[in-house]
Design a protein around this ligand. Structure first.
Ligand SMILES: [Zn+2]
Length: 257
């Protein structure tokens, strides 16, 4: 059994994802920031849409939902805890729920920090993680509603997934993230190689997703709070990992690289 993932760029730097269960043809779309490009893709493929999966309530992840529902009859699934501020839900999800798309199954992970109700979707059999604004390639989401320990716990949950897990995030922020990462972890050879690869991809107009959990663990400073050289650079050799993470997040918020 397998899951096909197609990237659909939306707005200026958002990524939505069209998921198709290969055995049954069942299709879902993750985070429709707008409907037009999604409908264009569905029409070009000559397929319908069964589900819309929402990671969190921000407009740049949900704004196309109503139009897509009207055009396709898709049902909508998202965090029950945020039902009051999400588009109307046909299915309310929470931590450890199983969401079935044909014969593919996603495990629902609660990953609060960017927002209190933020969910991530993990298709364990194919190894695909949709983590929107929790974990970015070489970065992480801003702490809009959560505190640093909450986000750190969410990131740890994702960092503990198998290394080959593909990371499909919600935005193309990778080049800016790489500049910050290099500023706090300049001696990391894997990071330097990765930043060069990212520049090459972007110069060709190509997305930097998917990443993998293994690559993020090796190069994403927000997963590397335990790293001695990052700690030394921040002067936080004796702090807890969550404190180092909090300092990194604060530094990124004011970074102009
Ligand atoms: Zn967001």
């Amino acid at each position: 059994m397998s899951l096909a993932v197609e990237i659909v760029p939306l707005l200026s730097d958002n990524y939505g994802y069209l998921l198709t269960d290969s055995q049954t043809g069942a299709a879902a779309f993750v985070d429709p920031a707008e409907a037009g490009p999604v409908l264009d893709r569905l029409r070009a493929k000559g397929v319908g849409l069964d589900w819309i999966l929402l990671t969190h309530h921000h407009g740049d992840h949900v704004a196309g939902t109503a139009e897509l529902v009207a055009a396709t009859g898709a049902r909508v699934a998202g965090a029950g805890a945020d039902a009051h501020r999400l588009p109307p839900l046909d299915r309310a999800l929470a931590e450890d729920d199983r969401f079935e798309l044909g014969r593919s199954t996603a495990r629902v992970l609660a990953t609060p920090g960017h927002t209190t109700g933020h969910l991530s979707f993990l298709f364990e059999a194919s190894g695909d993680l949709f983590c929107a604004d929790t974990l970015f390639v070489l970065g992480c989401g801003r702490l809009i509603e959560g505190d640093a320990p909450t986000m750190w716990a969410s990131l740890q949950k994702l960092a503990g997934l198998p290394e080959a897990t593909r990371v499909w995030c919600g935005h193309e922020y990778t080049q800016a993230n790489a500049r910050f990462a290099l500023s706090v972890d300049p001696d990391n050879a894997a990071l330097r190689a990765r930043a060069a690869e990212v520049d090459r991809l972007r110069a060709e107009g190509r997305p930097t997703v998917p990443s993998t959990i293994g690559a993020e663990r090796a190069t994403n400073p927000f997963l590397r709070a335990a790293d001695p050289s990052i700690r030394r650079r921040l002067g936080l050799e004796r702090a807890s990992d969550a404190e180092v993470f909090a300092a990194l997040r604060r530094a990124k918020d004011v970074f102009r690289g």
